[in-house]
Structures are given as C-alpha cells and as structure tokens.
Design a protein around this ligand. Structure first.
Ligand code: ADP
Ligand code: MG
Length: 375
C-alpha cells in the first residue's frame, strides 16, 4: 500500500497540445481516487503514466517516498484492470487469475490458495475451472479484477472497467468493486467519463478537461461547489447562467442576469469564482433540482427579487420526476430562445398540473444552492 504523488506531470505527443498539462495531485494511501472527464481529456494517459506504460514528457511520479518516474511497469507493483477485460481466452479462470503469480514464480500450492482466495473475494468461488467464454460480461470483469488483486499490488489501476457492461450489471459491479477495494484497502485510481459512477464510488474525484485539472475534491464538494463552469455543467445537471455583479454585501452578492432578474448568491472566496467586485462578469451555477416552480408569472414589472421569469419550452417525463426546459425572457428579442445560456432546466416531482408549453412562469432558485463560477 502506498500513496501516489504526481508533481507537475505533462505529457505531449508530437506537436499536439499537451494531453496532460502540468498535473499535480496526491492520492492518499488506501484511497479510492477517480479521474473523471470527457473522452480525450487525458485520463488514460495519466493512468498509463502511473502504471509506467507511458513516460511523462516532464514532471515526477512518486509511490510513497520512491521516485518511480523512470521505473518500468513491472517494478512498480501495480495491478491494472481494463475496459476490455483483456483475459486470456485459451486459459481457464484459475489460470487467468494465477498468471501474474506464475510470472513471479510463486510455487504451485501457494498459487492455488491465493487464486482461490482472490476468486472468493470477487464472488466467484468454485469458478476456477470454467472457461472464459462460459462467463457473463460481469463475471469476466470480476475475473480481471481478481487477476489484478491476486498479486496484492500497492496500487490498483482501473480504466473504465464497467463500460462494456449493461446498465444494471454496471451498477451492481461498481458496488462490488468498491466493497472489495474497501476490504483490501488498496490505493486505487479509477478512470471514468461517467459522473454518476464517479460520485457513487469515490473518496475523491479529480475532474479534468483538455488535459487540465479543473477541480479536486470529495464528490459532495465537487457537486455543490463546482470550481469552474465546466465542472458545473459536467457534474450533475447544472444551469450556468451568465450575469454581472451589481452589489456586494458581506458574504453575498447581488447578480443581475441577462434577462434582467436579480439573484442573491453567496460569495465563495476559496473556490468557484473566488472574490468578486461590482461590475464583474461571472456566471451562476444552479442545479436543476434546486429551482422551485412558483406558478404563472406576474407582469414583468412586478417580478420579485430572487425570481426568474421563463417560458416553458419542453417537458420530459422521467418516471418519478419531470424535467422542464424553459427559456429566460428578456422582452426585447425572443429569437435567442433555445440558446444554451437562455435555456434553464429544472427537475420537479411529477404532478398533474404542469404548466403548458408556451406559458410564462416564475421560478425561484434556492439562494443557498446558487454557486458562483467564473465565466
Ligand atoms: P481519455 O482517456 O480521457 O479519453 P486519453 O488519455 O486517451 O484520453 O487521450 C488524451 C489525448 O491524448 C487525446 O487527444 C488523444 O488523442 C491523445 N493521445 C493519447 N494517446 C496517444 C498516442 N499514443 N499518440 C498520440 N496521441 C495520443
Ligand atoms: Mg481513456
């Protein structure tokens, strides 16, 4: 077991922009740590640098006190699980799981014991003699996990291990992986583009975009207090509404949105948009479930502070709830309707008396859950 420290790690391929750009972070001993971001943001490249399959262009990687930046993969003591399982089809389950032990010249009897233990850990006791093609996708992925765990690696690396499973199996398997990791206490780095998966599994999440670290924090922190507009949009369903700071009062700011409405929001000095001054152009992140639907809007002149008027454009029924898409009004030009920064999405419990498409309604974002980000 060990901590993993990346210090100013950059990876550049040829003349392209860096795939990973000056990344510094420390993964604690025993932590389940997730690299999260859209496809192409540099997650796999980062993981491969930790594994030793890819050499950083600059920067250092340490396992505990040990500098492993130029150590080959087999001297790093990592176990890796891939999206594609990468099992050997001509070997049975036990041979697959025991492969790493055989390479390490572990004696047959001990190997057998450890393989049985690893299979028990992943819930596949008694499956040793099965052929790989007799197993379901979820079982194959657990074999791959057992194969990585059996060598008792200091660091477990998982690159989108659930992507090939269907939705239900994915949810089950993610709970199992997390439970197994918790018991083993192995420092783990998990890569996914799925924000729900990251939130459900991780001790901490590093959100990346374009090779750059946008935020590092616990799931709740990243969800409630996104550091950038990118994080706000990528995690959960957030509205990012541009506005201008019109007043400051202690820990709050009054922000005028483009539609003329005035919202009061807490000012975050250590994160989000940081401290702000009157006149600053910022954006407000408002979660779709943090907006209340008040009902038909009064005349524009009677708009209450802290409320927004918007026209209902679409309704999506999702079972327990409804998602409404509304367009902010600004009187002057309605042509911009549907435009990204005028569309506001809200999620409300399903009800029989929803407004109709075209109706103008008043909305009230919960002031305690508005979060300011840089534009
Ligand atoms: P992710 O895993 O987040 O989807 P990757 O780390 O695979 O992203 O890729 C990050 C960027 O680096 C992408 O633009 C990708 O095209 C580029 N890249 C990755 N591997 C190589 C390589 N071997 N040669 C050139 N470019 C690469
Ligand atoms: Mg990848």
């Amino acid at each position: 077991m060990t901590s993993v420290e990346l210090s100013h790690v950059t990876k550049t391929y040829g003349a392209a922009a860096p795939s990973v750009d000056d990344l510094s972070l420390t993964i604690e001993d025993g932590e389940f740590f997730t690299l999260l971001g859209p496809s192409g943001c540099g997650k796999s490249t980062t993981l491969r640098m930790v594994a030793g399959f890819v050499a950083p262009t600059s920067g250092t990687i340490r396992f505990g006190e040990r500098d492993v930046t130029s150590a080959p993969p087999y001297k790093r003591d990592t176990g890796m699980v891939f999206q594609s399982y990468a099992l050997f089809p001509h070997m049975d389950v036990a041979e697959n799981v025991g492969y790493g032990l055989r390479m390490r010249k572990v004696a047959t009897a001990e190997r057998r014991t450890r393989v049985d233990e690893a299979l028990a850990v992943v819930g596949l006791a008694g499956y040793g003699e099965r052929r790989i093609d007799q197993l379901s996708g979820g079982q194959q992925q657990r074999v791959a996990l057992a194969r990585a765990l059996v060598v008792q690696p200091s660091v477990l690396l998982l690159d989108e291990p659930l992507s090939n499973l269907d939705a239900k199996l994915r949810d089950e398997t993610r709970s199992q992986i997390r439970e197994i990791q918790r018991k083993a206490g192995t420092t783990s780095v998990y890569v996914t583009h799925d924000q729900a998966e990251a939130m459900a599994m991780s001790d901490r999440i590093a959100v990346m975009n374009g090779g750059v670290l946008h935020q590092l924090g616990e799931p709740r922190e990243v969800y409630r207090r996104p550091a950038t507009a990118f994080v706000a949009r990528f995690i959960g369903r957030s509205n990012v509404l541009p506005g201008v700071v019109e007043g400051r009062d202690g820990g709050t700011a009054a922000v005028r949105l483009t539609d003329g409405s005035l919202l009061h929001t807490p000012v975050a000095v250590d994160g989000g948009a940081g401290d702000v001054a009157v006149g600053d152009e910022i954006a407000l992140s408002v979660r779709s479930e943090a907006v209340e639907l008040l009902g038909p809007a009064p005349a524009a002149a009677d708009r209450a502070e802290g409320t927004i008027h918007a026209r209902l454009a679409m309704v999506e029924f999702t079972g327990s709830s409804c998602m409404l898409g509304l367009d902010l009004l600004d009187g002057a030009d309605d042509e911009a309707a549907g435009q990204a920064d005028r569309r506001i999405l809200i999620t409300i419990p399903d009800t029989d008396d929803l407004p109709r498409t075209g109706d103008v309604v008043a909305l009230r974002p919960d002031p305690a859950r508005i979060w300011m980000v840089a534009r």
